[in-house]
Design a protein around this ligand. Structure first.
Ligand SMILES: Nc1ncnc2c1ncn2[C@@H]1O[C@H](COP(=O)(O)OP(=O)(O)O)[C@@H](O)[C@H]1O
Ligand SMILES: [Mg+2]
Length: 273
C-alpha cells in the first residue's frame, strides 16, 4: 500500500504545489488520478516513489518511508514510473537494450537479465520490435517500450503519467489495453490523466484541483458530483448524457459508462424491443 498523509510540497521558493494531500493506493487497485493541467498531478506522481520528498507530511510504500534514505532503493524498485514523455525514458540503441538496461544496472546475472527481458517484451506484446531503434517507433510503441523497461524491474505498483497523451485512437487503445492486462495480472496501477474518459473503468477516482484532492470515489459517483460542481473538470460525454437525462426526469441508470451500457438503459426507456 502507498500512503500519503498531509503531503505539502513546493518547488524551490515557489508557491505550494501540493497542499495537505491525503491519499492511499491499495494493493491491486486501479486508481485513476485526474485534474486539470497544472494542478500538481506529475508532482504528486513523483512523490509516489520518492523522486520528490514532501516538505511536510509523510509518504510510505509498503511501510517504508521515502524520508529514510536507506529505503529509497527498495521503494524505487517497488514503484515503477512511466513518464509522460516516453522519449525522456529511452536509453538504449535498440528496444532490447533499452528494456534490459534496468536489470543490468541492478547487477543481476546475465541469465536473469535475459529472462526478465523476454518476459517483459512478451507481457506488453512487443517482442517483434526487439531489434528496432526506439526512436523509429510510433508513439504508442515507444510508450510500450517504456512500460516493458519498468516491468523488467518487477514493480508491485506502476504509475502512468498521462499514458495516452499525444497518441492516436489506435495507440491509445493499445496502451490502455496493456494497462488493463497488467492490472488483471495483479499489478497495482495509478493512472494519471486530465481526461476522465480514460478512467471510466478505474476502481476508484481521485480528483485534484490546484494542489488538493477535491473528490474521490467510484467513477459514477465522482462523475455525478462533478455534474453538480462548476470546476474545470467535466465528466466524460457519456456520463454527461446520462446524468443530463436523469436531471431531465428520465429514469436512466447513471452507473453504466460504456456506449453499450448507455444504449441499453436508453433503449429500455424508449420502450425496448
Ligand atoms: N520543476 C519545476 N519547478 C518549478 N515549478 C514546477 C516544476 N514542475 C512543475 N512546476 C509547477 O508546479 C505546478 C504543478 O505542475 P505539475 O505537477 O506538472 O501539474 P500537472 O501534472 O497536473 O499538469 C505548476 O504550476 C507547474 O508550473
Ligand atoms: Mg503532468
Amino acid at each position: 500500500m502507498i500512503v500519503l498523509e498531509g503531503v505539502t510540497f513546493s518547488y524551490d521558493g515557489g508557491p505550494p504545489v501540493l497542499k495537505d494531500v491525503d491519499l492511499s493506493v491499495g494493493e491491486g487497485e486501479y486508481l485513476g488520478l485526474a485534474g486539470p493541467n497544472g494542478c500538481g498531478k506529475t508532482t504528486l506522481a513523483m512523490h509516489l516513489n520518492g523522486l520528490l520528498r514532501p516538505r511536510a507530511g509523510t509518504v510510505t510504500v509498503d511501510g517504508l518511508s521515502v524520508a529514510d534514505p536507506s529505503s529509497l532503493r527498495k521503494i524505487r524498485a517497488l514503484v515503477g514510473m512511466v513518464f509522460q514523455d516516453p522519449d525522456s525514458q529511452i536509453v538504449g540503441m535498440t528496444v532490447e537494450e533499452d528494456v534490459a538496461f534496468g536489470p543490468l544496472n541492478l547487477g543481476l546475472p546475465p541469465r536473469e537479465v535475459r529472462r526478465r527481458l523476454e518476459e517483459s517484451l512478451e507481457q506488453v506484446g512487443i517482442a517483434h520490435l526487439r531489434r528496432r531503434s526506439p526512436h523509429t517507433l510510433s508513439g504508442g510503441e515507444k510508450r510500450l517500450v517504456a512500460v516493458a523497461g519498468v516491468l523488467a524491474m518487477r514493480p508491485r505498483y506502476i504509475v502512468f503519467d498521462e499514458p495516452a497523451a499525444f497518441l492516436d485512437q489506435a495507440g491509445r487503445a493499445l496502451v490502455l489495453g496493456v494497462m488493463n492486462r497488467l492490472h488483471r495480472e495483479g499489478i497495482t496501477i495509478v493512472h494519471i490523466t486530465h481526461d476522465l474518459a480514460d478512467l471510466v473503468a478505474a476502481d476508484r477516482l481521485v480528483v485534484m484541483e490546484a494542489g488538493t484532492v477535491t473528490l474521490q470515489g467510484p467513477p459514477p459517483e465522482v462523475f455525478g458530483a462533478l455534474m453538480e460542481g462548476e470546476g474545470p473538470l467535466a465528466p466524460p460525454p457519456l456520463a454527461r448524457l446520462l446524468w443530463g437525462l436523469k436531471r431531465d426526469g428520465f429514469p436512466v441508470r447513471t452507473d453504466v459508462l460504456t456506449v453499450d451500457g448507455a444504449r441499453l438503459t436508453i433503449g429500455a426507456l424508449l420502450g425496448g424491443r
